[in-house]
Design a binder for this molecule. Sequence first.
Ligand code: XIL
Length: 365
Amino acid sequence: MITTFFSIALNLISCSPRADSVQPEDTIEVYTISGTRITAGIDSNSTLKSVAPFPIGAAINPRLLSSIPLYKETLQREYNSVSSENCFKMNQIQPKAGGFYWKDTDALVNFAKESNMRVHGHTLIYYKSLPEWVTSFQGDSLAWENLMKTHIQTVVGRYKGVVTSWDVVNEAFEDDGTLRRSVWYEKLGADYIARCFQYAHQADPRALLFYNENVVGKPKKLTAVLALVNNLKKRGIAIHGIGVQMHININTSEEALTTDVRQFVNTGLLVHISELDIRMNPTYSTNFTLTNALQTRHALKYKNVAKLYRSVVPKSQQFGITNWNVGDADSWLRKTSPCEDYPLLFSDNYSRKPAYYGFIQGLTN
Ligand code: XIL
């Protein structure tokens, strides 16, 4: 509460006011950068899902589906996959010991069903977003094991055959490649990760199981993730894919991204760009101005990410690309950073941004 108040106060004090809106979509044809022209380049019936050769997803908050009609419309028009932004996290789905809260996750899966969308569950075991009863839990390793197993199997079991893929474990490593001293590691040892996959597989043998991590620009962590998944594979433990989060910015180098993704491709597993957003204001400048040139660079970065995914990941390993939120106003970056940014494909009022057209071009050309 205090932190929230502090960050809002900081926002008001240190950041320039947000620009009222991004450029209307019909002006994007004029943007040029380094001789490259960005044009809409699609016919008016095209949508992300209609042009993409693999599923295109968005992380969603099911509560916004009823409160913001345009949010729902945009999702139904553009996307054929959804991830849960927060509602499957342990503090939300099991806020009390043994007391599961299904309302939001049921709403999410029902929406996906009526909209013909795939559901990717994020996430079963995470060092963050833990309920208080877990962080204060007293028990021996057997009791901890039972807590972790029961959580995984209750959640996966309820949505068996409906949530068809899961981020089983999220962000288990530190940037230096060592295992994070999470409560799971401390209580259960390094091999808790393998057991999470086994428990999830027992609960739904057909579900696709992913390890999800934020590795971009973190080579030691990337090496550690590769070692983990190769070890799980060697031991015959069910792991089907790697989630590459991809919270990047307009300066992130395509070469580095390509190298990272290629290494994951070499595991033979599915590769999911699981949390794509691209910050326009990576330095958290308090004097940020949304210019056409910046929007063009942003559009090109989206284009290049889509292109590199298509060129580096073989079709058989393309699980899809998921945007982390839909419109800029919903972005977690707006909530976690005090400064102005426009990281997504859709504006605050869900109109298509230059980034949208850049992404479409990358998906098609
Ligand atoms: C973020 C959500 O978007 C926020 O709403 C929440 O306050 C914090 O978590 N990597 C992850 C996601 O794997 O679970 C995080 O989601 C973003 C970073």
